[in-house]
Design a protein around this ligand. Structure first.
Ligand SMILES: Nc1nc2c(ncn2[C@@H]2O[C@H](COP(=O)(O)OP(=O)(O)OP(=O)(O)O)[C@@H](O)[C@H]2O)c(=O)[nH]1
Length: 308
């Protein structure tokens, strides 16, 4: 069943809200706001797919409302169509320059409003689908490296601003080449999917799990202390082992395990998220060198701790 897309209509005239609502009600889920201020609040809270915005409103007009929507990261990408009685091309130009998707003049014609809204909703649906495809690893359905980079960039800034800690776990399957050599790439792919599922279940909504590449995964845990994050890492490791994916081939045999590197930081201005990644990745390298199937965590002053 397809979920209806949502449209927020912002207009100070109750009658206009009703007219536009009646025009669109069959196709979309309508939300209404009687002022720019209320519209911004609803846009933040409900994240509509599209906003229809009246230009002439008391207190905060459509242009100021638009400017505030564009300057707030939570609403900056929601497409806006201006609706106005102003029959003046300079206003239309101003709206389009501010980033409006379209400009509809009153009096409103039902068919024109419906057709334009439908067109923009279709474009929005396609854009969201492309964004999703661009951010997802097709084999495991986890976030991909590109998505990880978007999220760490945002969360790193948030951690600096709010003086929060943030943890990163880097996980790599041990001896995966041997597994592939035993059973072939197709079976190896299934292992990647199973490991991905284990990690996703363990992290749930605590943070982001991404396939960083090959047989390497990352888990980003904003606002998670070292103790909590080590706990998550430990449970991920145990759950992978519990999958009991055994392999044996000529002179080697074993069971699929993972090695884990981790780092927790409370970043300050000037700290780089790339160094944060390198710290966790260095720990992973040491975990591999010191015998695999273990967790190494970066401590302050370049020290590290072996967890398991
Ligand atoms: N099946 C499958 N294998 C992959 C994929 N991506 C990378 N690999 C395999 O992962 C293996 C990685 O090999 P190595 O880098 O030597 O690592 P390893 O054998 O796990 O050894 P350690 O990391 O030292 O434990 C290679 O055999 C790659 O072909 C994938 O998408 N599917």
């Amino acid at each position: 069943m397809s979920v209806k897309q949502s449209v927020l209509v912002i207009d100070d005239e109750k009658i206009n809200l009703k007219i536009i609502g009646d025009m669109l009600n069959d196709d979309v889920c309508i939300m209404m706001a009687k002022s720019g201020e209320q519209g911004i609040r609803k846009a933040i809270e409900y994240q509509p797919d599209l906003i229809l915005l009246d230009v002439l409103m008391p207190e905060m007009d459509g242009f100021e409302t638009m400017s505030r929507l564009r300057h707030d990261a939570r609403t900056s990408t929601i497409p806006v169509i201006f609706i106005t009685a102003l029959n003046d091309s300079s206003h239309e130009e101003k709206a389009l320059l501010m980033g409006a998707s379209d400009y509809i003049q009153k009096p409103l014609h039902t068919n024109i409003v419906q057709a334009r809204v439908r067109l923009h909703l279709q474009l929005i649906k396609q854009r969201k689908m492309l964004e999703k495809l661009a951010n997802i690893d097709p084999l495991t359905s986890l976030a991909n490296r590109r998505k990880y980079h978007d999220v760490i960039t945002h969360e790193w800034q948030a951690a600096i601003q709010n003086q929060d800690c943030i943890s990163l776990i880097v996980i790599d399957i041990d001896n995966f080449k041997q597994y592939n050599d035993c059973y072939g790439h197709a079976t190896g792919d299934k292992v990647l999917q199973q490991v991905a599922e284990v990690l996703a279940n363990q992290v749930a909504d605590k943070g982001l799990v991404a396939r960083y590449g090959g047989e390497e995964f990352v888990i980003l845990l904003p606002r998670h202390s070292r103790e909590h994050s080590i706990d998550v890492a430990r449970r991920c490791m145990q759950d992978v082992e519990a999958l009991n994916l055994a392999y044996s081939h000529e002179d080697f045999s074993g069971k699929v395990t993972v090695s884990v590197g981790g780092s927790t930081q409370s970043p300050s201005l000037g700290c780089k998220s790339d160094d944060f990644f390198d710290a966790a990745d260095d720990m992973l390298g040491l975990a591999k060198k010191s015998g695999k199937n273990r967790i190494l965590w970066k401590l302050a002053n370049d020290r590290q701790v072996v967890v398991e």
